[in-house]
Design a protein around this ligand. Structure first.
Ligand code: COS
Length: 378
């Protein structure tokens, strides 16, 4: 058992850290304030190979695995939770095609998507199907060689910008959850329109949109996997995606801890740096301990996944713990900054807002407790 990165993982971490400091950090405040999608940063991430992590080179990918992905996402999240969210969720579409697509679909989508030339989205959630994801009401009825899609998806990250959306719809309403299927819908398909763009508390630069399908027709070859396998596909993808969101949470927590440590050494009150006060030292101890736990839970879940072992429970545990750690650490770091932490001049209030979503999306903390307890109880 080796609790350390390999030399190449250390190099990837160092390069990602430098990238985040140089390319991500300078824009974080502005894109948060304006809710502006970081197009240029996305392109730069693509040039670095980050949009193609985990994909073989034959499909335009840059290789690497789930550990690599978690390292990169967490380094980016240290500086900007929204940019990390964009990258992490981009990988869900990529994994959908890589894992469940036909050879033709892989050739058709992956090179464009992994190069960053095309943006993507994963559309599962609906107004009445959030935590209860099986209750998807969107339908896709086969008519000749086309699916006719009707329904509304909500809270879809990047949905308004995506060139390709993979959506989950019922191709057979009589079969309930076993009637759900995964279908790719390209941007601009007649009958596919963008509804409300959400005004969010955090990760404001990652646009979140409502997608409306009104007699939207797509060729039947856009089906990913088999008809009726959609729910399983979504669940398997979410298991992997939860490692990505846990990594995003870890990065936010690490970034907040770094800010707290440097502030405590500089800030003088009662004649000495506040780092010398035991009450605050204990905050730091708790923050660092939780981060250390979250880190190894994430890399363990990622390693199980890479080795083809069951990892659903471990991914849920990592996501649950890392996301609650992100909120805990960001809040404590803000508290350590006192009144300054509450001001927008410092990044702590953004980190607190960005951390919160990690406890909600890709499955709430409560849903993770369902997944974990089911696995433990059998
Ligand atoms: N991997 C593979 N298959 C899975 C699975 C997983 N992780 N989880 C469930 N399944 C399968 C089950 O095995 C079952 O298939 P069989 O009947 O063939 O055995 C089927 O899916 C239905 O499973 P289950 O009965 O457990 O489904 P539930 O409706 O009880 O829902 C939860 C399970 C709560 C875990 C699921 O709805 C969920 O993850 N909800 C949160 C959704 C979410 O994360 N949304 C965020 C979207 S992106 S922001």
């Amino acid at each position: 058992m080796e609790f350390k990165f390999s030399i190449s993982e250390e190099v990837i971490q160092k390069v990602a850290r430098e990238f985040a400091e140089k390319e991500v950090a300078p824009l974080a405040e502005e894109i948060d304030k304006e809710g502006k999608y970081p197009f240029e940063t996305f392109d730069k991430m693509a040039k670095m190979g980050y949009t193609g992590i985990g994909v073989p080179e034959e499909y335009g990918g840059s290789g690497g695995d789930d550990v690599t992905k978690a390292i990169v996402v967490s380094e980016i999240a240290k500086k900007c939770g929204a940019t990390a969210a964009i990258l992490s969720i981009h990988h869900v579409f990529v994994q959908c095609i890589l894992k469940f697509g036909t050879e033709e679909q892989k050739q058709k989508y992956l090179p464009f998507v992994t190069s960053g030339g095309m943006k993507t989205a994963f559309a599962l959630t609906e107004p009445n199907a959030g935590s209860d994801a099986a209750k998807v009401q969107t339908t896709a009825v086969l008519d000749g060689n086309e699916y006719v899609i009707n329904g509304t998806k909500c809270f879809i990250t990047g949905g308004n910008l995506a060139d390709y959306v993979v959506l989950f719809a019922s191709t057979d309403t009589s079969k309930g959850v076993k009637g759900l299927s995964a279908i790719v819908v390209p941007k601009g398909t007649p009958g596919f329109s963008i509804g409300k763009i959400e005004n969010k508390m955090g990760i404001r630069a990652s646009n979140t949109a409502e997608l409306i399908f009104d007699n939207c027709r797509v060729p039947k070859e856009n089906l990913v996997g088999k008809e009726g396998h959609g729910f399983k596909i979504a669940m398997i993808l979410l298991d992997g995606a939860r490692i990505g969101i846990a990594a995003q949470a870890l990065g936010i927590a690490e970034g907040a801890l770094e800010e707290a440590v440097s502030y405590m050494k500089e800030r003088v009150q009662f004649g000495k740096p506040i780092a010398e006060f035991q009450g605050l030292q204990w905050y730091i101890a708790e923050m660092a301990t939780k981060i250390e736990c979250a880190k190894w839970m994430i890399y363990r879940a990622a390693t199980l996944k890479i080795n083809g072992q069951p990892f659903s429970k471990e991914a849920a545990m990592a996501k649950l713990f890392a996301s609650e750690t992100a909120s805990f650490v960001a809040n404590k770091a803000l508290q350590i900054h006192g009144g300054y932490g509450y001001m927008k001049d410092y990044s702590l209030e953004r980190m607190v807002r960005d951390a919160k979503i990690t406890e909600i999306y890709e499955g709430t903390s409560e849903i993770h407790k369902v997944v974990i307890s089911r696995a433990v109880l059998g």
